[in-house]
Design a protein around this ligand. Structure first.
Ligand code: FBP
Length: 277
């Protein structure tokens, strides 16, 4: 597994290009930069930007299998997913593909989203635990998309002790509840406890806050989730710089790259910042 992890995080740093949004958010995400609708455009960004891996669902991974292999970009196959048209308060993202499917598609690692706090979290925890068991027995690393979500995260009346901490943090920082250090560090910890090798979490908005996330996840590594496109390159780069200072190993980013009119420029700056060349 060490070799596969080293591909995704050479020298301990990681720059992951996420392109699973077509299922998670739908084609509206491609409207800002219509070129991003085409997979060839995305693969070119991944190659030219030296991204250390590319996240896809199975549809694109299968249809462009040859091109991905030829490009030499390590593939992270996302094993679960759901559309945004599913608007229940408590989300569930079911497992759609098995670790064996990922291996057959030549994936270097697999990914899985857990909505911690959802009514369905026990199903997602169990699915991730099963994936970790099978993946690790096949030397395949696992990346957990750890996103607290659901009524328990919004209902301030039925607050758990962690929610009380989060609400107090929110009052001083003004961050969304699912971006408070109390909530994000818990999500990162859940990913580590379930066996993920890397967890992908939201930014908490401060170096101190993100340090708590990194410490909660250790020895599992942490990458920051990109989020909506920022107004300027610098705004995004400053955020990335801060999470690196806090101990994150890098980012898993989609929209902030391929929604930009010049994705190559920011990719290059990110590479210098994260990978150092
Ligand atoms: P972005 O960099 O575009 O935010 O992508 C990161 C990501 O985790 C994707 O892998 C995933 O499709 C999406 O965000 C999920 O977004 P949401 O938080 O809206 O469910």
């Amino acid at each position: 597994m060490k070799e596969k992890l080293a591909k995704i995080m050479p020298n301990g740093r990681s720059m992951i290009l996420a392109y699973d949004q077509g299922l998670e958010h739908g084609p509206r995400d491609f409207d800002k930069n219509p070129k991003s609708r085409k997979f060839e455009y995305i693969l070119d960004i991944a190659v030219r930007g030296d991204f250390t891996s590319l996240v896809l669902h199975a549809g694109l991974a299968e249809k462009y299998h040859r091109e991905i292999v030829d490009a030499g970009v390590p593939l992270i196959l996302k094993l679960n997913g759901k559309s945004e048209l599913f608007t229940e308060d408590d989300p569930y993202s079911p497992q759609l593909y098995a670790v064996e499917d990922a291996i057959a598609l030549g994936a270097t690692a697999v990914g899985y989203t857990v909505y911690t706090g959802s009514n369905y979290e026990y199903e997602m925890n169990r699915e991730l635990a099963d994936i970790v068991r099978v993946a690790h027995s096949n030397d395949v690393p696992v990346i957990g998309w750890m996103y607290p979500r659901g009524r328990a995260i919004t209902d301030k009346l039925s607050a758990s002790k962690t929610m009380q901490l989060a609400i107090a943090e929110q009052k001083t920082s003004g961050m969304a509840i699912d971006e408070t250090p109390a909530i994000v560090s818990y999500a990162a910890r859940v990913g580590m406890e379930l066996g993920a090798d890397i967890v992908k979490v939201k930014n908490t908005g401060s170096i101190e806050g993100f340090k708590r996330v990194v410490e909660s996840a250790a020895p599992t590594k942490v990458v920051m989730s990109g989020g909506t496109m920022t107004n300027t390159d610098d705004e995004f780069l400053n955020t990335v710089g801060d999470v690196l200072k806090a101990g994150a190993i890098g980012v898993a980013v989609g929209r902030n790259i391929w929604q930009r009119q010049n994705p190559h420029e920011l990719s290059e700056k990110l590479r210098k910042l994260i990978l150092g060349f």
